[in-house]
Design a protein around this ligand. Sequence first.
Ligand code: HEC
Ligand code: HEC
Length: 494
Amino acid sequence: MRRNPWIGAAAVALLLGALPVLAADPEGPAQSATAGLDQTTLVQALQNGALSNKDARKLGLLVFSTPFNTYDGLGDGPWRSDEPDPVALGHRPTLQGNGQFLRVNGLDAQSCNECHTIVSNRTLPPTTGIAGVGGVVQNAIIMPSLIDVADTFDDRVAYQPLHDPDLVMQWDGVADYNGRFANPPFLFGGGGTELLAKEMTYDLQQLLAQAKAAPAGTVISLDTHGVNFGTVTSLGGTNVQIDNQGVDSDLVVKPFGRKGDAFTMRDFDRGAMQFHFGIQPQELFLDDPDNDKDGVENEVTIAEMSVLHIFDVNNPRPRYVPTGPSAVVGAGVFSAIGCTYCHRPFLKTTHRVVPLSYPEMKEDPTANIYYTVNLVNVGFDPDPFGPGVIVPFYSDLKRHYMGPGLEETFERAGEIPQGDFITARLWGIADTAPYLHDGRATTLYQAISMHGGEAQQARDNFMALPQFLQNALVAFLKSQRTPSHPNEDLLPIQ
Ligand code: HEC
Ligand code: HEC
């Protein structure tokens, strides 16, 4: 059984309560180093200083990098023929009945770091590390029931019943597909992104409350941190009409995921655990600890998700490394041709600490806070003119329509339109090829040229530039580097 060498013996005793009884297999649960952590003890240890921020990050890194095994609950439980939705999490079939993996709808890995692996793709060989991006081979293939690999247009007959929206099947070189195909982004700087989203959500909810209390006909503009998310109009009583733009109608800013559908990193992680590993977070199944019926209860505990969240938001932020005079010109061009309409060079927070909550209430980021992380210690610059920090991520945290060329054909798309994506954060972009949500662009030039929809004009402006200015803009993007040794201060882990 693994121990935790970095936290003193007293802290180990404090944190590791009764360890689960090991099965006969001598290998046992790989998660054993964090098993037994319970949320109350964790919070006490964080608050009384028995567990430092760094110790908590180490525990979180263990959760992030541990290859989960069968004893941890890896895999969905037995396939159930009575389930109405066989593609849904918790009881997916496995490929050729291998009993563990499916790959084409998750059940595709054992550890988080298996996909978040590459710190720089610009070096030879690529620099691997902790919490980075993935190449296309690490893409997630999400919920397809159809992949027409040979472009055999008549296959639709077999799959017709599930098609909504129906795919236009033609013999045209398009391998039709009704899932999502997503390229892994990095986790760097995630704390700054999460704090901004929480502050924005807080403001939007306040504006919504104001509209509910205002006389009929009052129109309130949904502005926060210099970004507009539409309007809300009072209809009298507490009725309102919400004209939401770039955000869901719940007015909760969701910065994570290429589509912008997760409101915190922890929110994303809950889905990732289930989707990739078939590991069920205790917090989602409080009344049914072995929901997937694979014989393992509480597969990842509340406290393990908490230390993972602490690890997430402590990820160092990407760096600006000037590449010469051309890049300075390029920054000006980037702004002049309209890229900054979406890719805002920086947004400012109004706090320096990001609050972490359990349970999380998406409309109220101030509820149930158990810990805070100071972003200045993570490398964010304090705002010289205000109380917060500067988050130089080149985004507005809004979703935008990117044109027909980038539209997905996801049969199970919910409220988010097929062609809408969250404005990609461009910090670190020099090191993170390939680009765009599915990694289809192998160069920065290509990524820009594939912009359409709301970005059509800015894209056309770029294409019309003389080549030396295009090169300058790309040189500017190439000054946006990933952190050089992310999370290596936590190593060796054992
Ligand atoms: C099979 C590869 C794969 C594995 C394994 C994986 N991820 Fe990811 N990760 C992705 C992809 C792909 C995305 C983008 C998903 C999307 O756009 O919906 C992503 C996105 C994320 C994001 C959002 C980042 C952002 O800025 O939008 C976080 C956080 C994250 N992953 C954490 C994790 C954690 C924690 C685990 C382990 C529990 C994990 N991932 C396992 C591929 C993977
Ligand atoms: C209307 C908003 C908008 C405008 C204007 C815009 N972009 Fe984007 N940009 C996006 C969105 C949204 C994405 C993510 C698209 C995707 O994932 O498929 C993106 C992605 C990118 C990427 C790839 C990021 C990655 O990590 O994959 C680059 C590079 C980029 N934009 C550069 C630019 C440049 C340069 C301009 C100006 C010519 C520009 N963008 C204008 C919204 C915009």
